[in-house]
Write a protein that binds this ligand. Structure first.
Ligand SMILES: Nc1ncnc2c1ncn2[C@@H]1O[C@H](COP(=O)(O)OP(=O)(O)OP(=O)(O)O)[C@@H](O)[C@H]1O
Length: 230
């Protein structure tokens, strides 16, 4: 089944920058997709459209049957429950413990206390951080912080994980560890879309590659390669 469909999607920012021009894409449930391309090509914009951080100037975006390009503001929080987002800079809440950071995502959707504890411990176990539940983010390594962010992104069982440069701040070994965590989540059925400049990972763990150049899809290959020198 088609999880994400974009049809003739254009994005022009208010200052006149044309970030995307005529994007057509289909992504099926369960896929793992890399989004690659030169700096400024439009990767983040492409990804931001999927969780309605940005709105297209023109075109249709359908995610899981819902026309998110037309969605009214008040329905956006509900739509985002089914999407987990992971950022390069982790975006953890610094004064909350690891446990609280993950639990917070469930509190926001008004899950009951009874549901929260076992589910948070379950996802912390999945990212191998149960033993750090009481730590604060700044007591963790970068890779551990990113694994907390992944735990937070998956705690509400999303259909889709969107990761924008999740390994951008991490060394090669830690990056591969984060990649393995994302692959593990994907094996359990969650679709993963990952924008990345990590040539090593893309070339070594072959998956679908969508290359964006100057706002257009330049390549879309199954088991593709990175294709750039940086
Ligand atoms: N909020 C904004 N307002 C105006 N222009 C923007 C905005 N965000 C991005 N842009 C511009 O849109 C184009 C695409 O940016 P985008 O961030 O999508 O690229 P990217 O491929 O993710 O780049 P990078 O690899 O450097 O993160 C760039 O020219 C950028 O300067």
């Amino acid at each position: 089944m088609c999880l994400i469909e974009m049809q003739d999607v254009w994005k022009t920012y208010p200052n006149g920058t044309v970030a995307l021009q005529g994007i057509d894409v289909h992504i099926k449930g369960g896929e793992f997709v890399y989004v690659v391309g030169p700096s400024g090509a439009g990767k983040s914009t492409f990804i931001k459209l999927m969780y309605r951080e940005e709105k297209p100037t023109k075109g249709e975006i359908v995610i899981n049957g819902s026309h998110i390009s037309r969605l009214k503001e008040r329905y956006i929080p509900h739509m985002r429950r089914k999407i987990g987002v992971v950022f390069q800079d982790f975006k953890l809440l610094p004064k909350l413990t690891v446990y609280e950071n993950v639990a917070f995502a469930m509190e926001v959707i008004e899950a009951s206390k009874k549901e929260i504890k076992p589910r948070v411990m379950e996802v912390l176990e999945l990212v191998r951080l149960k033993h750090k539940a009481r730590s604060l983010p700044d007591q963790l390594s970068g890779g551990e912080q990113q694994r907390v962010a992944i735990a937070r992104a998956i705690v509400n069982n999303p259909d889709l994980i969107i990761a924008d440069e999740p390994t951008g701040n991490l060394d090669p070994e830690t990056s591969m560890d984060i990649m393995e965590t994302l692959l593990d989540i994907n094996k359990r059925g969650t679709t993963v879309i990952m924008a990345t400049h990590n040539k090593e990972i893309v070339n070594n763990v072959r998956k679908r590659v969508i290359a964006i150049e100057a706002g257009r899809i330049a390549r879309d290959e199954q088991k593709g390669e990175y294709g750039y020198e940086d």
